[in-house]
Design a protein around this ligand. Structure first.
Ligand SMILES: Nc1ncnc2c1ncn2[C@@H]1O[C@H](COP(=O)(O)OP(=O)(O)O)[C@@H](O)[C@H]1O
Ligand SMILES: [Mg+2]
Length: 308
């Protein structure tokens, strides 16, 4: 006969004795139920020394002016001599059109940047504005959630990819899709500050409450100093009572976080991309051109890059 197989059924399990001890009163933590105001948005922290400030333009709503804001603020900064890198993290890829980059000539995109961070340097393209480079987004960004599902550290891919690039720029501006997928999370994790375009219509505050929840989660898990650089009112029309009311409500709730002036509704902003140029090359004296100019001046101060 061979070795006896131990009979599982007869094995004894010896329990460790457990004696419950009363904790002294002083050690008992009183759990206070913290009431979190769903509308609170934390302010952002300072720039990392020697690196570009990374700012994500975000709002989970589509059509609020995110892409228009990225294109025109990046262009305005470029015209002022700043070095800016635009990263289009939206599958629609509209930043390329608006900044005069021919998508047919593009070989590496934001998808490559996230999947293979070492391609970062070659993935950049020159735009219609000197000093403004960009990494193009395209349809291949759809499906990234599935592709990264089993990857460890999948939220930190973009931050890794930006590491070698960021010493060469004053600002890295990221455009995002109107959804909270892995690509948007990568952008939030890589950022110091957020710029939030908001249309002054119903549900503006609901959208911001949702964003506040997202920021809280990202701060808890990844970057404790992530915060908001500014809320930008877009497509504003002072003749519309609802616009004025919502703008006032936003200013009452968020104070100086709301950037002045609002960006007025202006057809010139909507037509500029068809010409492959930002507003400051298309029609700088239009309402849209002047508003984005003022907003950029304010942001330059908030971003602490005005002394350069
Ligand atoms: N201030 C504005 N006045 C008029 N049209 C605008 C303005 N801002 C954006 N648009 C237009 O509104 C549409 C949505 O803007 P877009 O920047 O693409 O929003 P998002 O990126 O949030 O989806 C685009 O056609 C754009 O040209
Ligand atoms: Mg967009």
């Amino acid at each position: 006969m061979g070795d006896e197989i131990p009979d599982e059924g007869n094995r004894k399990i010896i329990d460790v004795e457990y004696v419950e001890k009363d904790l002294p009163e002083s050690k008992v933590r009183t759990v206070e139920k913290k009431l979190i105001n769903p509308l609170i948005l934390p302010r952002s922290g300072p720039n990392p020394a020697g690196h570009a400030r990374v700012v994500t333009v975000t709002n989970q709503k589509g059509g609020v002016g995110k892409t228009t804001t990225v294109i025109n603020i990046a262009a305005q900064l470029g015209l002022r001599g700043y070095k800016v890198l635009v990263i289009d993290a939206d599958a629609q890829g509209n930043c390329a059109t608006g900044l005069g980059v021919d998508k047919r000539l593009v070989k590496a995109t934001t998808r490559d940047l996230i999947l293979e961070p070492e391609t970062a340097i070659q993935a950049r393209h020159q735009t219609a504005v000197e000093g403004v480079h960009m990494i193009v987004g395209d349809r291949s960004l759809v499906g990234m959630d599935q592709e990264l599902l089993r990857q460890l550290g999948r939220e930190r891919r973009l931050i890794e990819a930006l590491e070698p690039l960021s010493p060469h720029y004053d600002l890295i501006l990221i455009d995002t899709p109107p959804s909270l997928g892995i690509v948007t999370i990568n952008a939030l994790v890589a950022s110091q500050g957020l710029l939030v375009p908001v249309q002054t219509e119903y549900f503006a505050l609901e959208g911001l409450a949702m964003l506040a929840g997202t920021i809280r989660e990202v701060r808890n898990l990844f970057s404790p100093s992530l915060g908001v650089d500014g809320i930008l009112l877009t497509m504003y029309d002072q003749r519309t009572l609802l616009n004025v009311q919502v703008a006032n409500e936003l200013r009452d709730t968020y104070g100086t976080l709301v950037i002045d002036p609002p960006i007025r509704r202006n057809i010139r902003l909507a037509e500029a991309p068809a010409h492959g140029v930002p507003i400051h090359l298309h029609d700088p004296t239009s309402h849209g051109g002047m508003d984005y100019l003022s907003v950029t001046e304010e942001l330059v101060k908030r971003w602490g890059i005005d002394s350069e």
